[in-house]
Design a protein around this ligand. Sequence first.
Ligand code: NAG
Ligand code: NAG
Ligand code: NAG
Length: 365
Amino acid sequence: MWRLSDTMPWRYYTEYFLLLFSLVYFFVGCNTSAWLALSAIHASGISSIKTSDCDNLPGLINKQIQICKRNAEVMTSVSGGAENAIHECQFQFANRRWNCSTVDEQSNAVFGNVLENGTREAAFVHAIASAAVAHSVTRACSSGDLLKCGCDRTVTGTSEEGFTWSGCSDNVAYGVLFSQSFVDSREKKNKMKYDRYLMNIHNNDAGRRLIENNMRTECKCHGVSGSCEMKTCWRAMPTFRSVGEKLKEKFDGATEVVEVKSSGKRKYLLPADENFKPFTSTDLIYLVPSPDFCNPDRATGSLGTKGRECNKTSKAMDGCDLMCCGRGFDTYQETITERCSCKFHWCCYVECKQCKKTIEIHKCK
Ligand SMILES: *[C@@H]1O[C@H](CO)[C@@H](O)[C@H](O)[C@H]1NC(C)=O
Ligand SMILES: *[C@@H]1O[C@H](CO)[C@@H](O)[C@H](O)[C@H]1NC(C)=O
Ligand SMILES: *[C@@H]1O[C@H](CO)[C@@H](O)[C@H](O)[C@H]1NC(C)=O
């Protein structure tokens, strides 16, 4: 771990990094998720961002630079949030044709053209990214890492169930507000692309609401040997994994929408199919169907599925039929080493042998 400090030679190292990031930004700058390039800062181990760094951070527009300057201490969490968002997206999409791979891992040009149009994929990335910032900033508040926020002190007193509210309740309101001002400031009310603006804002909001709507109560028992004579509880955010899972469900059930104009000329979005029920505030919405991602295509940012591993027996998206788009697959033998014939010895350890096993893997043609 190293810090953005004034001591040499780190200072030069940092400047080199920031310059590199600025160049990356130059190429991806028109993209509303370009700030996700901040993930590279966290991933490279820089552990604190200073006000003077704000002008050189990758992917930020002017408004975000101003927010950075007023809240430099929060930016490390934003950067960590960007990294979490990308990892979680890759985890949730590992078995799909579009697997959330970044276009160029090294430069972190994030997702390239894939988010250019208002597809389901764009909806998911917007929602998970804005949720990740809210989650990461809230986590930092609770850990006492930030001067501007701490635990939620409004959760106090005795509950109806008879336990005492105490301990550190997650201050999700602060994290959500910060995410709203930082992430949404990216979205411009462009007259030509007003539908895209409405879509992005809705999906950003949906991601944050999923955290708020899934707050849990965590408790600790106090009393003689594990009895629960006294219970103290606090409000805790869902894990980020569970936010990712819920958003993946929302992705699968996302609603296609179209822009309509009311008589007062206000524009808003409605389900494209009149027979569909209205979408809720936590549903994901999209404007255009996704490409099939079968073949590499620079224009759409599709990498194609040649060489992807698939499951011969699965009928789902990870099955060879769907993953390989009907092109067929090659089968390879691979030898793996496993722990086997494990024996439990009294007391207390487990002894295993190493066994070699041949497995078949299938890869798309
Ligand atoms: C966006 O949509 C247009 C029109 O359908 C299409 O020509 C273009 O290739 C799409 N771009 C991406 C990145 O998918
Ligand atoms: C994601 O897909 C790309 C292109 O198909 C492939 O190169 C990459 O290895 C995949 N990543 C994972 C984690 O499977
Ligand atoms: C392949 O898919 C089948 C059916 O869905 C599943 O039971 C099996 O565990 C999968 N195999 C692997 C290696 O993921």
